[in-house]
Design a protein around this ligand. Structure first.
Ligand code: GAL
Length: 801
C-alpha cells in the first residue's frame, strides 16, 4: 500500500519530461511514398495499381527536379521550371493496438490544391499551398494486417499563380499522430506571459481537450533549459460530457531567464491529461519569456531594451533544394544571417514551415509572420484570389493558431502590397482580417506591408485597424513619418531591392543606377553576362542601394527597423533581366548561399566583431583604373598598399559606410590594414590570380547524421597554383560520392545558369560552386570527389553517423 502510494505520488509530481513523451506518438510519415507526375483520377481508389510509380521519400518538390526551359508555363514568376499535376500514394498498416485510439495525419504544406483520400474516403481540398492542415483518419482506417492507402492529388497546373518560385508537391513534412481518445485538440493550447519582471513571470495557459471518460485532471510542469522542473500545477477537470473541455490557469516562474535575440532562452511546458495515475495525453510547448514594445517616438524595445529591428525578407525556397523543406538547410541560411548580425526575418509572403519557426525560437530571430500576397484582387491570373472568398478566414485562423506559441513571432502581417489598399474595399477587408487575428491572439501587433505611402490615399491604413504602419520602400518619406502619420508606430516592412551578382564588378562606381530606370522605360540590357555589379550602387527604381536606406533607418529612433529585400537570392523574379535570367539579384547572399560583398557592410554595422572586407578581385587590364572598396569596423582607420606601397590612410567620415580608392591596376598584391589606437586590428590581402590549377573543397559540417535527411554544404573553389581563388574561373566540376551519402543539389549562384540543380556537376561561377551532400540512412564514411579537366582534383571525407 505504501509502495503504491509512493508510486502514485512519484507519477503525479515527478513524472519527468522524457517518460511523458511516450503517450502520444507523432512519427514522421515521409518514407516510401509512390509518386506519379501527371493525372489519373483512378489513383484515388485504394485498389489502384501504383507498382510502376516512382518510390520516394517526402518532402518532395517535383518542379526543382525539372529542367529550365523558356517554354515552361512558369517562366518569369517561377523561373522556367515545370509545374503541372502530380499524385502521391502511400500504403501502410496500423497496428491493432491502435483500434481504440485516434489517428491523425498532418501535412505541414502542399503546393497546391491538395486533395486527400484515405481508403477511398475523400477529405476534401486545401487550395492554399503554404497552410498546414490535418485530417482525422480514425473512422476510415483498417487495423492489423489489412492495408490502408492514402492518396494525395496535387494540382499546380493553373499557371501563373505565383510571383516567385513556389515549387510543386508535398514539399513539407507529413506526420502521423496516434493518441488516446482523450487528447489535446490540435493547436488548442495557447501560452502567453501577461506579466513579466526580473523577479517573476506569470505564464498563462489555456488549453482544450477532447474528453472521453471521467475523473480527468491536468498536470502542467515547466522545465528550464537544464531540464529541471521550475514550477508545476495540478488541477482536476470538471466532469463533462462535452465534446471539448477548456481550461485556463496561471503559473509563476521565479527569477525568469528572458528570451531575446542574443539569448534565446526557452522553457519547455509539458501538459499532461491524467486519469488517476495514468497519463492519457501529453504535449510540450516551447515558450520564451519576453516582452516587447513599439513606440511612436522611441521605436522598438525588447525586454525594455531599445534595439533596431535588423531584418531581411525571405522567400521559402532553399536554392538548389527548391521548396523541399530541410531543417539543416534552413539552419544554414539562418546561421549565415545571424553571423551578419541580422536579428529578424519576414516570411514573405506566406506562412513558413514549422521547422523555420522552431529554429527562429532557438537561434534568436524575431519573425514577422505574413499571411497573404493578395486578397480578393489578383496579382497573377490563377493566384489565391480565386480561393479568397471561401478560404481566407480559415487559412488565417489556422496560421495564427499554429504559430501563436512561438516566442520568435512578434508581428502578424495580413498582407503584402495588397491591391485593395488603393480602393475602399481595403477598409472592410483589413478590419475583418485584423478581427480574425485578434480573436485568436491579441498579444502581437498586426501590420500590412503597404506600398502606397500617402496616408490619405491608402485605404488599408485608413481602416484604422493596423497597430503598426508597415511601409514598403519609399525611404524618402521616412524622415517625415511622424508628421504624415501622427502618433503612429513605424516598421519598414520591405526595403532596398538592390541588385548584385556575386563576383561581378563594373568599375567605376561614381553613380547610382536604377535598373530598370522607371516603369515607363524598358530596361536595356547592360552586359552580355546578364550580371549586375556587386558594388552596392544598383537598385530597382522603386528601391535604393543598401547604404542609402540603412543610413536613414539608423538615424531616427522612431524608425523601429527594417526588412531588407532579400536575405538570399531566390528562384524567380530576375529583375532587371529577361530570360534566360531565372533567379533574383536581390539577395545579400547568392542562391548558393555565398555572401555578396555587401554582406560585410551589414556585418560591420550590425555586429560587434571587427570586420575588414576589401574588394574587388585583383585581375584587371594593366593600367585600368579600378574602384577599390572596403568595409571595416572596430577600427579608427584603414591603410591600403599596392605591392608594398602605401596608397594612403583613410577613415570613414560622417555617415559613410565604406571607404574607396581609385587605383591604377598593376598585377601583384593589394593589402589593407585596419588600426585602432595605432595597433593593427585586421589585415587582408588580395593577389592577382594565375591560371586555374586546382580544386579546393570545404564542408560546413564534416560529420552528419545517418537519417536520410541531414546535409553537408560543400564549398568548391577553383584556385591557381599558389592557392588564390581565380575570379573568372568557370571550369566544369564533376562530382562523385562513394559511401552513405548522395548528391542532392548543385549550384553556383549564377542567375542565368541552365544547369539542373540535381546534376552531378556544376560550372564554377566566379571561381566557386556548391555541392549539397545528403546522408543516406546508414552510417559510415562517405568520400566526395571533385574533378575538372586540367585541374588537380580534390576529395573530402564525410563522417555519416
Ligand atoms: C516588392 C514585392 C516583393 C518583390 C519585390 C521585388 O514590391 O513586395 O514581393 O516583388 O518588390 O523588388
Amino acid at each position: 500500500m505504501r509502495l503504491l502510494f509512493i508510486c502514485l505520488v512519484l507519477s503525479l509530481f515527478c513524472c519527468n519530461y522524457a517518460s511523458a513523451q511516450s503517450v502520444r506518438k507523432t512519427e514522421s510519415f515521409d518514407a516510401n511514398w509512390k509518386f506519379m507526375l501527371g493525372d489519373d483520377s483512378l489513383a484515388k481508389q485504394p485498389a489502384f495499381n501504383d507498382g510502376k510509380w516512382r518510390t520516394l521519400d517526402l518532402p518532395h518538390d517535383w518542379s526543382i527536379e525539372g529542367s529550365f526551359d523558356e517554354k515552361n508555363p512558369t517562366t518569369q514568376g517561377e523561373g522556367g521550371l515545370p509545374a503541372g499535376i502530380g499524385w502521391y500514394r502511400k500504403t501502410f498498416n496500423v497496428p491493432s493496438s491502435a483500434k481504440d485510439k485516434n489517428v491523425f495525419i498532418d501535412f505541414d504544406g502542399v503546393y497546391r490544391n491538395s486533395e486527400v483520400w484515405i481508403n477511398g474516403h475523400y477529405f476534401g481540398k486545401r487550395p492554399n499551398g503554404y497552410i498546414s492542415f490535418s485530417y482525422d483518419l480514425t473512422p476510415y482506417l483498417n487495423f492489423g494486417d489489412r492495408d490502408n492507402v492514402i492518396a494525395v492529388k496535387v494540382d499546380n497546373g493553373d499557371q501563373p499563380n505565383s510571383r516567385w518560385y513556389s515549387g510543386s508537391g508535398i514539399y513539407r513534412n507529413v506526420w502521423l499522430t496516434t493518441v488516446n481518445k482523450t487528447c489535446f485538440t490540435k493547436w488548442g493550447t495557447f501560452v502567453t506571459t501577461p506579466q513579466i519582471s526580473n523577479n517573476q513571470a506569470s505564464v498563462h495557459i489555456s488549453t482544450t481537450i477532447r474528453p472521453e471518460g471521467k475523473g480527468l485532471s491536468l498536470k502542467t510542469t515547466i522545465y528550464n533549459e537544464k531540464g529541471e522542473a521550475v514550477t508545476s500545477n495540478f488541477s482536476p477537470l470538471k466532469n463533462s460530457s462535452d465534446t471539448t473541455l477548456a481550461s485556463a490557469y496561471n503559473l509563476t516562474i521565479k527569477n525568469p531567464q528572458f528570451w531575446s535575440t542574443d539569448h534565446p532562452y526557452l522553457y519547455k511546458i509539458s501538459l499532461q491529461i491524467m486519469q488517476g495515475s495514468r497519463v492519457l495525453d501529453n504535449i510540450t510547448v516551447n515558450t520564451g519569456i519576453r516582452s516587447f514594445e513599439f513606440d511612436a517616438q522611441k521605436g522598438f524595445s525588447l525586454n525594455g531594451v531599445h534595439m533596431k529591428i535588423k531584418g531581411v525578407c525571405m522567400h521559402h525556397d532553399l536554392g538548389a533544394l527548391g521548396a523541399t523543406v530541410n531543417t539543416q538547410a534552413i539552419e544554414r541560411q539562418l546561421q549565415i544571417l545571424k553571423d551578419m548580425g541580422c536579428n529578424a526575418i519576414r516570411t514573405s509572403h506566406n506562412p513558413p514551415a514549422p521547422e523555420f519557426l522552431d529554429l527562429c525560437d532557438k537561434m534568436g530571430f524575431l519573425v514577422m509572420d505574413e499571411a497573404f500576397d493578395m486578397w480578393a484582387k489578383k496579382k497573377t491570373k490563377h493566384d489565391y484570389h480565386e480561393d479568397w472568398a471561401q478560404w481566407h478566414k480559415r487559412d488565417l485562423e489556422d496560421q495564427i493558431l499554429r504559430d501563436r506559441n512561438h516566442p520568435s513571432v512578434f508581428i502578424w502581417s495580413i498582407g503584402n502590397e495588397i491591391r485593395e489598399q488603393f480602393d475602399s474595399t481595403g477598409i472592410s477587408i483589413a478590419r475583418e482580417l485584423v478581427r480574425i487575428v485578434k480573436n485568436i491572439d491579441n498579444t502581437r501587433p498586426v501590420t500590412s506591408a503597404l506600398s502606397e505611402s500617402n496616408p490619405h490615399k491608402n485605404f488599408i491604413y485608413q481602416s484604422g485597424a493596423l497597430d503598426l504602419v508597415g511601409l514598403n520602400y519609399h525611404q524618402e518619406v521616412y524622415a517625415d513619418f511622424p508628421k504624415n502619420y501622427p502618433g503612429q508606430k513605424f516598421i519598414a516592412t520591405e526595403t532596398m531591392s538592390a541588385l548584385e551578382t556575386r563576383g561581378f564588378y563594373d568599375t567605376p562606381t561614381d553613380t547610382t543606377r536604377h535598373w530598370p530606370q522607371s516603369s515607363k522605360v524598358p530596361f536595356k540590357q547592360s552586359n552580355s553576362e546578364f550580371a549586375v555589379t556587386a558594388y552596392d550602387n544598383v537598385a530597382a527604381y522603386w528601391g535604393s542601394t543598401h547604404e542609402e536606406t540603412w543610413k536613414v533607418i539608423k538615424k531616427y529612433d522612431f524608425l523601429s527597423g527594417l526588412f531588407i529585400w532579400t536575405g538570399f537570392d531566390y528562384i524567380g523574379e530576375p529583375t532587371p533581366y529577361p530570360w534566360p535570367a531565372r533567379s533574383s539579384y536581390f539577395g545579400i547572399a547568392d542562391l548558393a548561399g555565398f555572401p555578396k560583398d555587401v554582406y560585410y557592410m551589414y556585418q560591420s554595422e550590425w555586429t560587434n566583431k571587427p570586420v575588414l572586407h576589401l574588394f574587388p578581385h585583383w585581375n584587371w587590364k594593366p593600367g585600368q583604373l579600378v574602384d577599390v572598396w572596403a568595409y571595416y569596423s572596430q577600427a579608427d582607420e584603414v591603410e591600403l598598399f599596392l605591392n608594398g606601397r602605401s596608397l594612403g590612410v583613410k577613415a570613414k567620415q560622417g555617415d559613410e559606410l565604406h571607404i574607396n580608392w581609385k587605383v591604377k591596376f598593376e598585377p601583384g598584391t593589394l593589402k589593407i590594414v585596419s588600426r585602432k589606437n595605432g595597433k593593427i586590428v585586421l589585415t587582408q590581402e588580395i593577389h592577382t590570380a594565375g591560371l586555374p590549377a586546382k580544386i579546393e573543397l570545404s564542408a560546413d559540417r564534416k560529420s552528419i547524421n545517418a537519417d536520410g535527411q541531414d546535409l553537408s554544404f560543400v564549398t568548391v573553389k577553383v584556385l591557381d597554383a599558389s592557392g588564390n581563388i581565380v575570379p573568372d574561373a568557370d571550369n566544369l566540376v564533376d562530382f562523385k560520392i562513394t559511401g552513405p551519402a548522395q548528391i542532392t543539389g548543385t549550384d553556383n549562384g549564377s542567375q542565368i545558369s541552365m544547369e539542373s540543380f540535381k546534376a552531378n556537376h556544376s560550372k564554377a561561377f566566379h571561381g566557386m560552386c556548391l555541392l549539397i551532400a545528403q546522408a543516406k540512412k546508414i552510417g559510415g564514411t562517405a568520400i566526395i570527389y571533385a574533378q575538372a579537366k586540367g585541374l588537380q582534383p580534390a576529395s573530402l571525407v564525410l563522417n555519416v553517423k
